[in-house]
Each structure stands twice: as C-alpha cells, then as structure tokens.
Write a protein that binds this ligand. Structure first.
Ligand code: AHM
Ligand code: MG
Length: 334
C-alpha cells in the first residue's frame, strides 16, 4: 500500500474478498455491520462522562426514561445493526441468557457470538474497554439457529476480532488470512487501515495477570511462572508487568509489544473467569493468525468444543515462546 493511500475498512475487506476468492460478499457485509455497531458504541463511549449512561441500569432519568448501562446500550447497538442486517441467523451475547434469533424473514448463514462491552470494572472510571466478536458458519440447514450452530469449536471460526475503545478506537480482525488493524477517524467517521498483517513478537516484553489471586490459583504452577517472570528463579525469564483488567486492552498491548496474558482457574472461579465462546476463542483465533498462541494451560483454546453458551475456560494467550514456556512450566509439576 503506498504511504499516502487511505484505505477504508470497506475497501480493504472487498480487496481481501477478491484476493481469497470464493466469497459471496455476505461475510464482508457482516463485517461492515460489525464496524457500524463499533462506531455506534464508540460514539456512546466517548460521551460516557457527559450523558446519563454511567452507572447501573434500571434507573429512571429526569425525563422519566429508563437509563441504560453502557453495556446494555452496546448490546442493543449490535442487535440494531447486525441483528436485522440479514447476514446472521442467530446471535449469542454475554448480555443475553440464551441465543437471540435474527429478526429477518430470510436469515443469513452466519452465527455471531460477542461480548458487546468487555471490562465492566473499567467502564465507570474512564479506562479502555472493548468489544469482542466471533463468527461461525451455521451448521444447521434451515429454520432458526440451533444450539449446534452456537456451540462450535473455535477452530471452526470464519472470522473474529475486537474493538478497543482507547485514546482512539481501533478495530482488529482476522478472516483467516492474517490480522489487520483499523483506526477510527472520528472526523470522517471511517475506520482506516493502520496495520496490515499484524504479527505478535515471539517473545514478549510484558506479562499480565491479576496477582491478587496468587494464593487461590488452583494450579500452583502459575506461581512458578510468575516467580520466573519476576526474576526470582534467576533463569533469565524476567519480564515487565502490565495489567489493566480490560481483556481487550491487555491483549492488544501485548499484541503490539509482545507479551502474555493469563487468567488461570482460581478458588472462586474454578474454570477461570473468561468465557470461551465470545472472549477466549475469538482472541485465540486472532493470536494464532498473528503468529501467537492461546491455551487453557494444557490444550489449544481453539480445540475446545464448548458444551454451553457461557462456558468459562482458563486462558493463557499471547507471544508464542511465552505461551510455550508457561505450558512447559505447568506440565513440569511443582
Ligand atoms: P466482564 O466480562 O464482566 O467485563 O469481565 C471480564 C474482564 C476482562 O476484561 C478482564 O480481563 C477481567 O475481567 C479482569 O478480571 P479481574 O478483575 O478478576 O482481574
Ligand atoms: Mg466480558
């Protein structure tokens, strides 16, 4: 791409479709719809301190209207854009108990699984938050989407990505041909290509883990890992620490600088905290496409076959060498 060429996400997706062939354009349309939802959410997030979107849902504002929490607003933005865009048959959201069927008379062939606004503890304190999305092809042949459509292994994803609402809004996605990043230019309202074929460094600069769970990690091997990263073991594995507590922000930083994020099982969350279908699996697809790796501690995240919509899994994700080091350390006993 010449230095001065401005490539919008629409143009880029169209080019990718031509390059990789066989596409009907439906996936491209779905990705545009997701980009539109991201713009709607970004607009709300930007105004979060100004309008009554902060705080708990269920309150009434002075006009007597129901106030909505930002994550409810974000979920609705997806339903309004993607839910009736004609490309999906069914959607699964962190915010909804069960699957939500598309509202079109003729639904599309894709399944969308998403976390509309992740990092809830950071929403009210003006710290970066994100959206995560995962796309599968439906496996049922007709009618409403089924549980079988929703419960597919991560390896079967056709596309996945995230949106980071930080100092600028970024959308990062893969459709199985590398990872590409776009930055929202708020003046023209377009996502512009800013990084093509993003690669995560093999060895990271940072490790990210909530160390306050140190005594309650179910697998004590994580204490060995963190000791190594702190230099306690003296084996040259020292890293710097960064933990925002916003998965998308922690993951994105590690993607750019190299690093590894861990959320192990702990006493109060025996399968970890993060949800497989719309948090761990999509980021695992992005990580692998960028040359990184993701595991639950013993097997690749993308190989796990989910049994329920909101299933959780431990997560170790990021730079390949670091994920391998952690897997080896966990396997070596302690
Ligand atoms: P959420 O889906 O309720 O927002 O929780 C997920 C978030 C992640 O963004 C983050 O990595 C994690 O929770 C932080 O959890 P903890 O505060 O236990 O470290
Ligand atoms: Mg979440």
């Amino acid at each position: 791409m010449p230095d001065h060429e401005l490539v919008t996400i629409e143009r880029f997706i169209l080019r990718q479709e031509k390059l990789h062939g066989g596409a009907t354009g439906e996936l491209s349309d779905l990705l545009y719809d997701i980009a539109l939802a991201a713009k709607v959410i970004a607009r709300q997030v930007r105004a979060a301190g100004l309008i009554d979107v902060l705080g708990a849902a269920g309150n009434r504002n002075v006009q007597g209207e129901d106030q909505q929490k930002l994550d409810v607003i974000a979920n609705d933005a997806f339903k309004d854009t993607v839910g009736n865009g004609g490309r999906v048959v069914v959607m699964v959201s962190e915010e909804d108990d069960g699957p939500v069927q598309a509202t079109n008379a003729e639904p599309g062939k894709y399944v969308l699984l998403y976390d509309p606004l992740d990092g809830s503890s950071n929403i009210d304190v003006n710290v970066s938050i994100g959206t995560i999305f995962s796309i599968h092809r439906r496996v049922s042949s007709k009618g409403p989407g089924t549980m079988e459509d929703c419960l597919q292994a991560g390896r079967k994803q056709v596309a996945a990505g995230y949106v980071l609402y930080g100092p600028s809004t970024m959308l990062v996605y893969t459709a199985g041909h590398g990872v590409h990043a776009f930055t929202l230019d708020p003046n023209i309202g377009e996502f512009l290509l800013t990084r093509e074929d993003l690669r995560i460094p093999a060895r990271g600069k940072y490790y990210s883990i909530n160390e306050s769970y140190w005594t309650s990690w179910v697998d004590g091997g994580y204490r060995k890992v963190v000791d190594a990263f702190k230099g306690v073991t003296g084996k040259g594995e020292e890293r710097n620490a960064r933990y925002i507590g916003s998965l998308v922000a922690d993951f994105h930083r590690n993607m750019l600088t190299g690093g590894v994020f861990m959320y192990p099982a702990e006493a109060k969350a025996p399968k970890g905290k993060l949800r497989l279908l719309y948090e761990s699996a999509p980021l695992a697809f992005v990580a692998e496409q960028a040359g990184g790796a993701a595991t639950d501690g013993s097997k690749p995240i993308l190989d796990i076959v989910p049994r329920s919509l909101h299933e959780r899994s431990p997560l170790v994700i990021g730079s390949k060498d670091d994920v391998e080091f952690i897997t080896r350390t966990l396997a070596s006993g302690h």
